[in-house]
Design a protein around this ligand. Structure first.
Ligand code: ADP
Ligand code: ZN
Ligand code: ZN
Length: 746
């Protein structure tokens, strides 16, 4: 009878581990971190052993685990602890973290990747025999050519271990598969199956690391000193101050100590900008990891992290790689909202998950940004993080000049031409005439956020979501930005049959269109989610812009991120109001960040840049602070607001969303949840309330916020919330209610 049990993580939303008995013949192989096949109900799953023990579970009859899939653990003890921390903090199951953490290929039974190779047949063991074969092929020209081609690839032949080359490679040079088959039949060549490593490890190091400027060196030294006292240091360095160079220097130091470094970026596209630079300095020990790789490639990179790579450049998923000796994590552009994973669980913030991981490795974390998140700056001021400031641009260039155009006043004076004010048009014309480039920021994609019948006022809306449909010129369709549903733009109003349908409001497509009318000679491109959808579109557009094959780039926030162009002299923000009026408590913080980041693209080296902001609220304090580049002003203003309304960093926010297709089921369920939660939470609970978009994909939404004191223990809350949500779903009629819990939701 078995006495050994394994607690297993299965990739399901189960809030506990499942315990299995280990059959005697597998006992010696069982270990934490190894993948196993286990039965759950009638199915079997690939799970992961968390721990081995000898306590038989009391409440249920244990089943045997069916197989152990690994010779050595796929997941390290540190990874397992990290998953547990994330599940605990973000209120999800370890299985959900496992799903996010392991490449899909490692979550199914792993078949090694193989390819077919060609080698000389073992019966040919001497020079003479080989010549005999060649003579025999004299009248089969294609077969002869194939054999010669193989021999030329093989070079000096060792008959005991003849060269093996991929079949694909051999057939690339015009050789035919039929000729190969014939040579195989004649026992001249032979096919063998080999495991592959497809990682491209061809990059060669050698370029010298940059020499730091005096200001950079000072910042770098301060960081080192602070790392002796704090786990986390925030580097507040303005755009173009050369933060990347400091990162490179710090990573080189880790390598000298035999430790690994993880360099996190918020967007895949940004990794392509920096990878060449890193590989030219550090060579092929730099790996890149993100979801645009195929699943096989990801699995291979995963395995190579402990055996080969010393530096990993990646987006949020690279936190889950099996580092064996991590010394430093860099979180670049730490303020970026794309670091937060919204769906599915685990709904984690990469910065915070990185800090947890670093603690487990006893590694340091460097957060870098020109516009810190209010939370991080708050933590720095409270002494929790170290703070280092780098306030000069690397090339000593002057910061750009900032002008604000009051669009209301311009409109009254008939000086608005579509989306463009006269001063902005003049500035664009001037830049183009000097052969300089222009970036225009418009924070909405599509042509117009809605269309309206001018006779009856009808506005087409999504049938599944409570939003108006956005008109996209590309494809001439109306699109729902929440569920992706699309319908053609009708020529007449479906309500009153009038042909007078007007586009209202403005997106990137309209800006691009109008611009082409004003500047028919200019080469204009657009960069937004739609334009970047094709696989290499993003880097292609940025590449063209960098090579000056584009004069004006119009885009959404995609153009605001860490990009470095030398010839941009003008940045225009077409409509600051859509940013400022966004309905959430971070709107002002984000407005400041976006406007400052995009402004940072103007001017490089010896040229001073120019920024023009169009807004109907020229006296809005955020506009004033952006103009003055006054981050501290923004921070202090935000703290006042956040304190008054008890928002982070003065509280920890958790949101709960209930969803159901029928409002008459959702509403009483939400009322009931309120009654379950409020006695314990009291004024910490807000809701239920309807979000601005209260129906998505045919499901109605009801929301709650829980605001906890900053120092409260989240563990107790987790238990309580999960219990109450389970209690709610046990009620008659409420079993179909979906509930999502999101910790630090914004
Ligand atoms: P940031 O990330 O802080 O906005 P970057 O690292 O992109 O700034 O640096 C801005 C520009 O200055 C880049 O073109 C970079 O190559 C250059 N640069 C910065 N520091 C150095 C250095 N020490 N040596 C050479 N070039 C540098
Ligand atoms: Zn109508
Ligand atoms: Zn929709």
């Amino acid at each position: 009878m078995s006495v050994i049990f394994a607690d297993v993580i299965v990739p399901l939303a189960l809030n506990r581990l499942l315990t299995y008995s280990v059959p005697e013949k597998l006992e010696s192989m069982a270990a934490a971190g190894k993948r196993v096949t286990v039965p759950v109900g009638k199915k079997s799953y690939t799970g992961l052993i968390r721990r081995i023990h000898r306590h038989a579970p009391e409440s249920y009859a244990v089943k045997d685990l069916l197989a152990i899939l690994d010779d050595s653990p796929t997941v390290t003890e540190i990874q397992l602890q990290h998953w547990e921390q994330l599940a605990g903090y973000y209120l999800c199951s370890p299985g959900e973290v496992m799903k996010a953490a392991l490449p899909a290929r490692l979550r199914t039974v792993f078949r090694p990747l193989t390819e077919t190779c060609v080698r000389l047949h073992p019966s040919i063991s001497s020079e003479e025999q080989l010549h005999g074969c060649l003579d025999a092929l004299k009248r089969a020209a294609k077969q002869e050519a194939l054999l010669l081609s193989y021999l030329s690839f093989a070079g000096e032949l060792d008959f005991a271990h003849p060269h093996e080359m991929p079949k694909k490679q051999l057939l690339q040079g015009g050789q035919t598969a039929a000729a190969l088959t014939a040579c195989v039949k004649k026992n001249i060549l032979m096919l063998v199956t080999r495991e592959t490593g497809r990682l491209d490890l061809s990059a060669t190091a050698g370029k010298a690391a940059p020499v730091l400027s005096a200001a950079q060196q000072q910042a770098r030294d301060e960081i080192s000193v602070l790392f002796r006292q704090k786990n986390v240091v925030l580097l507040h360095g303005i755009t173009a101050s050369g933060k990347t160079e400091i990162y490179i220097d710090l990573m080189a130091e880790q390598l000298r100590h035999g430790r690994q470094a993880l360099y996190l970026l918020p967007e895949i596209a940004l990794t392509t900008q920096i990878i060449d630079r890193l590989q030219s300095i550090f060579g092929n020990i730099v790996g890149v990891y993100h979801s645009k790789y195929s699943d096989n490639e990801r699995a291979e990179i995963y395995h190579a992290v402990s055996s080969h790579y010393r530096i990993i450049l990646g987006v949020r998923s690279s936190l889950f790689l099996p580092f064996d000796n991590l010394g430093l994590i860099i979180v670049d552009e730490e303020h970026e909202t794309s670091y937060k994973q919204y769906d599915p669980a685990p709904r984690f913030h990469t910065r915070d998950a990185a800090i947890m991981l670093a603690q487990l490795h006893r590694a340091s974390v460097l957060l870098g940004t020109a516009t810190p998140s209010v939370e991080s700056y708050y933590n720095a001021h409270a002494g929790k993080y170290g703070l280092v400031t780098l306030a000069e641009r690397y090339y000593q260039a002057l910061p750009p000049t900032m002008d604000v155009v009051d669009t209301t006043r311009e409109r009254k004076r008939k000086k608005m031409h579509g989306l463009f004010s006269q001063p902005l048009l003049d500035a664009i014309g001037e830049a183009l005439s000097k052969n300089e480039q222009v970036i225009l920021f418009q924070n909405r994609r599509g042509y117009s956020p809605f269309v309206q019948c001018s006779e009856c006022g009808h506005i087409p809306r999504c049938t599944r979501c409570s939003v108006s449909l956005t008109y996209h010129r590309q494809g001439n369709v109306l699109l729902c930005h929440y569920c992706g549903a699309s319908q053609p733009l009708l020529a007449v109003c479906p309500e009153c049959k009038s042909p007078n349908i007007q586009t209202k409001g403005a997106g990137t497509e309209r800006a691009e269109d109008e611009l082409q009318l004003f500047f028919p000679q200019a080469r204009i491109a657009r960069l937004d989610l739609d334009a970047a959808r094709a696989k290499h579109a993003y880097s292609h557009i940025l590449g063209s812009f960098a090579q000056r094959r584009i004069d004006i780039l119009v885009g959404t926030q995609m153009i605001t991120k860490g990009l470095d162009f030398e010839h941009v002299s003008l940045v225009g923000i077409l409509n600051a109001d859509t940013l400022l009026n966004f309905p959430d408590f971070r709107a002002h913080e984000r407005s400041f960040q976006l406007m400052t980041q995009v402004s940072g693209r103007a001017g490089r080296k010896d040229k001073q840049g120019r920024v023009i902001i169009q807004t109907a609220q020229p006296s809005n304090p955020i506009i004033y602070l952006v103009r003055k580049a006054d981050y501290n002003g923004l921070f202090n203003l935000q703290l006042l607001e956040r304190r008054e309304f008890h928002f982070p960093p003065y509280s920890r926010l958790t949101s709960i969303t209930l969803k159901h297709r029928q409002p008459d089921i959702l509403q009483p369920a939400a009322e009931m949840l309120r009654n379950l939660l409020s006695p314990a939470l009291q004024q910490r609970l807000t809701g239920p309330f309807q979000p601005a978009v209260n129906r998505i994909q045919n499901r109605y939404l009801a929301c709650f916020w829980v605001r906890l004191e900053r120092d409260a223990h989240a563990g107790a809350l987790k238990h309580f919330l999960m219990e109450q949500l389970a209690a709610l779903r046990r009620q008659r009629g409420f079993s179909g209610i979906e509930a999502t819990v999101d910790v630090d939701p914004f």
